[in-house]
Design a protein around this ligand. Structure first.
Ligand SMILES: Cc1cc2nc3c(=O)[nH]c(=O)nc-3n(C[C@H](O)[C@H](O)[C@H](O)COP(=O)(O)O)c2cc1C
Length: 214
């Protein structure tokens, strides 16, 4: 079917004229990230903490998917299944890239770094703060494996619900990971595609900031 209505070549818009200046940036990119996350929340973005996580699999194939940022401490923490595609990729190559895009603000943040797996106590602490429905879903899901059909999934969920009337056990293969950033880029869309881009890189124990060509 040809592109009848979806004229991709004509699909474009101008970005607002909201400058990002060097003097607007915090010296510490984690503070800048917090500030932009807060702006996204205040702007009514529905999932401001949704970020694209890119990993590389054993064949060198990059793979991207969305996960939710759950903690912001010395790094960025997310949770998932250890036997999923991303879990296996991170076990092999503990490096990743994260990307936030907030359409309402014409902003993007790219983050790259190394990833460590959290200890079981930390992961289970968060697991038990999740709603019961989500705990059960994590318990029965063999994430990224084929499933026969939707009914099989729902039946497994209901069986787990009956089997664990009180506390749902934290699955052994469900984990938290923390990405330790080595590089950030803050992008602010500007008119005429003359966007503002600033990269933070760690050099000799401190963050260096450079403006990049759009
Ligand atoms: C808004 C949104 C939030 C998501 N959050 C998570 C998450 O926090 N953890 C997770 O494992 N999957 C999350 N997913 C699902 C993943 O994108 C993905 O489908 C799943 O983790 C399997 O990825 P994989 O097969 O590449 O490992 C989310 C998806 C969306 C669209």
């Amino acid at each position: 079917m040809p592109n009848r209505d979806l004229n991709l070549r004509q699909l474009r818009r101008e970005y607002a004229d909201t400058p990002l200046r060097r003097r607007d940036l915090a010296d510490d990119p984690m503070i800048q990230l917090r500030c932009w996350l807060e702006d996204a929340r205040a702007a009514g973005v529905r999932d401001p903490s949704a970020m694209t996580l890119a990993t590389v699999d054993r064949f060198g194939q990059p793979q991207a998917r969305v996960v939710l940022l759950k903690e912001l401490d010395e790094g960025l923490v997310f949770y998932s299944h250890g036997l999923s595609d991303k879990g296996r990729a991170l076990a092999l190559h503990p490096k990743a890239s994260l990307l936030f895009f907030w359409d309402a603000l014409d902003r993007q943040i790219r983050i790259e770094g190394s990833v460590e797996r959290l200890d079981a106590a930390h992961t289970c602490d968060y697991f038990h703060q999740r709603p019961r429905d989500s705990q059960l879903a994590a318990l029965i899901s063999r994430q990224s494996e084929p499933v026969a059909n939707r009914n099989a999934l729902e039946a497994a969920w209901q069986a787990a619900d009956r089997a664990h009337p009180d506390t749902v056990p934290c699955p052994r293969d469900w984990h938290g990971w923390r990405l330790h950033p080595a590089r950030f880029e803050f992008w602010q869309g500007r008119p005429s595609r003359l966007h503002d881009r600033f990269r933070y890189q760690r050099r000799d124990g401190r963050w260096c900031i450079e403006r990049l060509a759009p």
